[in-house]
Ligand binder design. Structure first.
Ligand SMILES: [Zn+2]
Length: 311
């Protein structure tokens, strides 16, 4: 990916005069925020309102691990006052994109960087030495932490603090917007916990291991996956194993995002009688997931209905 990105960078530098000087957080101008993922972008818009312009790099309709940034993404990154990202090894493409953009103020450790994994209680952090042989990705713990309502609050608070640091003139607005959204989230969390009561201890099988934070919130288990290792596509051997595993444990739901093929999940559902659910792993992935609260609501309702049909 890197050489392609560097080529893009050269093209961008050649055309840089069209852009004028890099954007700055000049008084009265919105902060230009680049979010790697749509859910982060949604939270920045929620907290930032009119004081931010937000660009998202990775469409939620694609696997966030394997995005190929476009020339327009290099341009977005060059202008950024703030980069909001997942950290860990989720976005393997982020480093090359940053290099191509050459915008030091949003680089690692700079005031214009916000790594949202900071402050999150990570799940599945490997103990001892790790290597790519254990799977292509998830070397530093599971990086899909945004799919948990409690973590959404932690992320939004981190965003509010960062926006206030970069733009202290509007700190009061950020605090007010944050408070309003926190109230909405708290009400939803109460309702979701009610829905989760009937689900305690039930188990699902997932395509990729990207739901542990949501499952943890709901008291559900998800320990086996269509991917034999993170990032490795399903194999006949893995599907045969899962057929037996699901039958023995009477597992009735398979979950996956919209961006993976459905054939393996459909075949397994047919063999086991389970329901295959397409859930949202990112804001905007499906029309019913147009913001963070709607996304969580959709996923939790889908799981509730599949696992406890009488609720
Ligand atoms: Zn992953």
């Amino acid at each position: 990916m890197k050489p392609r990105i560097l080529l893009l960078a050269s093209a961008m530098l050649a055309g840089a005069t069209l852009l004028g000087s890099p954007a700055s957080a000049a008084a009265g101008k919105p902060l230009w925020v680049v979010a790697t993922l749509s859910t982060f972008g949604d939270l920045v818009r929620t907290v930032g309102g009119d004081h931010v312009d937000v660009a998202v790099i990775a469409s939620p309709k694609f696997n966030p691990h394997f995005i190929e940034p476009k020339p327009s993404d290099v341009l977005k990154m060059r202008r950024a006052d703030l980069l909001v990202h997942a950290g860990l090894d989720l976005e393997a493409w982020r480093g090359p994109l940053l290099d191509a953009a050459g915008n030091v103020k949003v680089g690692p450790g700079q005031p214009g960087e916000l790594d949202l994994s900071q402050g999150i209680a990570l799940l599945e952090v490997p103990q001892g030495a790790v290597s790519r042989a254990q799977g292509d990705i998830h070397l530093y713990g599971n990086p899909h932490y945004w799919l948990n309502p409690d973590n959404a609050l932690i992320m939004a608070m981190a965003i509010a603090a960062k926006l206030s640091d970069l733009d202290p003139a509007n700190a009061q607005d950020y605090a007010v917007r944050m408070q309003a959204w926190t109230q909405q989230l708290s009400q939803r969390i109460e309702a979701w916990r009610q829905q989760a009561r009937a689900l305690q201890g039930k188990e699902v099988v997932a395509y990729h291991n990207e739901w542990p934070y949501l499952l943890h919130f709901l008291g559900l288990k998800g320990e086996e996956f269509l991917e034999p290792k993170p990032g490795i596509p399903p194999t006949p051997k893995q599907l045969a194993f899962l057929q037996q595993y699901m039958t023995e444990r009477r597992i009735t739901a398979i979950i996956q995002p919209s961006y993976v093929p459905t054939q393996a999940g459909e075949a397994l559902a047919k063999r086991t009688g389970a329901t295959l659910l397409t859930l949202c792993q990112g804001v905007g992935e499906l029309p019913t997931c147009s913001d963070t609260l709607q996304m969580l609501d959709y996923d939790i309702t889908q799981l509730s209905q599949a696992l406890h049909p009488t609720s």
